[in-house]
Design a protein. Sequence first.
Length: 148
Amino acid sequence: MAETWNKKEREKKKKQNKKEKAEKKQERKESSANSNDLGSMLAYIDENGNLSSTPPDPRKKITINAEDIEIGVPKQGPVNPEDLIRTGIVTFFNDAKGYGFIKDLETQESVFVHINSLSEAIKENNKVSFEVEMGPKGANAVNVKMVK
């Protein structure tokens, strides 16, 4: 029976692949025999946290006392209630919708204010005092009072 050209080509490719596989196996065997020393297996970490094949420079070593390491949230001192009260100017307020914004005079940030957190009626360009409370969408002004 006559073999087709395509079949001969497939046989050649199979033989070539087997030969390449055997060569790679032999290379791996030789390279593993040469690199059995411990120095070739070590990896070091540099000051930036990257892996390196060279050991770190002992002159760059930094010593840290275990007592200086704080685990958890650092303790905060008592907050002065006067620090929480801020002053600002009403930049926008819509009576129909019941909300507006106050520009903080210290930080120049715009703080949302709702009609429920007002102690008296306010209008645009009024100077007010307020406290900041974090809500789900950001900072909210509460206990808003007019400043005279």
